[in-house]
Design a protein around this ligand. Structure first.
Ligand SMILES: Nc1ncnc2c1ncn2[C@@H]1O[C@H](COP(=O)(O)OP(=O)(O)O)[C@@H](O)[C@H]1O
Ligand SMILES: [Mg+2]
Length: 227
């Protein structure tokens, strides 16, 4: 996916990304301080938030191939099962029941198929919203800090699932996360964002070794202190 230009101005923040490629078939990690524009950039890429200018070359993908898993998952007023299969329904695809069961187990929701999705705990909703994105095998998937709030067992399961999916049918992933540990385990390439722009990108080693960008030095000093 190549962003030719993508811009949106708010009073406090100007998002501006141009001539920027997220190579296809890689798991990208997008990091940066709170409020630097990661979520907004994701929404602008998806087209769910209007941009002042938006030229993106998706290399043949259309909007049905894209998805973003939001930080605050939206659950339909319906059962766990109906929420999970919703993306298939709107694409006219008949759910493969074995795959549905497998994803329900991944979420620990195999016994809650008929429950109203809105009655689930926050963590369960998070997991269901991730599985709901995975079920239609998107070609471009943005995950907005969805792993950070899961319990350690679930984190491990979902990370393994991401790597399994990537092996089976490679997609382009943009994983927004503050947890360097996730990024290290999952991502092929890191992008550091500050003040609405992507400032540095490359391997984890390269980005973490970058000395020239003060925001990045500050970010790394703080984030690595947490371990
Ligand atoms: N609808 C909006 N109206 C005004 N400002 C906005 C809007 N959406 C985002 N912003 C600006 O973007 C900033 C947050 O960006 P966000 O993408 O949520 O950051 P991050 O995900 O990196 O923490 C806000 O602090 C605000 O300045
Ligand atoms: Mg955010």
């Amino acid at each position: 996916m190549k962003i030719i230009e993508l811009a949106r101005n708010f009073d406090a923040l100007q998002i501006d990304v141009r001539d920027y490629t997220f190579e296809e078939g890689l798991i990208h990690g997008l990091i940066g301080p709170n409020g630097c524009g990661k979520t907004t950039l994701g929404k602008l890429i998806m087209g769910t938030l209007a941009a002042q200018s938006r030229k993106i070359d998706f290399n043949g993908l259309d909007e049905r191939d894209l998805t973003m898993v939001s930080q605050n998952p939206y659950m339909l007023h319906d059962s766990v099962y109906q929420n999970l299969v919703f993306p298939l329904k709107i694409r006219g695809i008949v759910p493969d029941q074995e795959e549905v069961e497998r994803l329900l187990r991944l979420c620990g929701l195999q016994d809650k198929k008929k429950e109203n999705a809105r009655s689930l705990s926050m963590g369960q909703k998070q997991k269901l919203s991730i599985a709901r994105a995975f079920i239609f095998k998107p070609k471009l998937i943005i995950m907005d800090e969805n792993l950070s709030n899961l319990d350690p067992d679930s984190v491990e399961l979902f990370e393994a699932e991401i790597l399994r999916m990537q092996k089976e049918t490679p997609a382009t992933w943009i994983i927004i996360s503050h947890q360097i540990a996730h990024i290290r385990r999952l991502c092929d390439k890191i992008h550091f964002m500050a003040k609405g722009r992507i400032q540095v990108s490359g391997s984890l080693e390269k980005v973490f070794g970058e000395q020239e960008v003060p925001e990045l030095r500050r970010y790394i000093a703080r984030e690595t202190l947490r371990f």
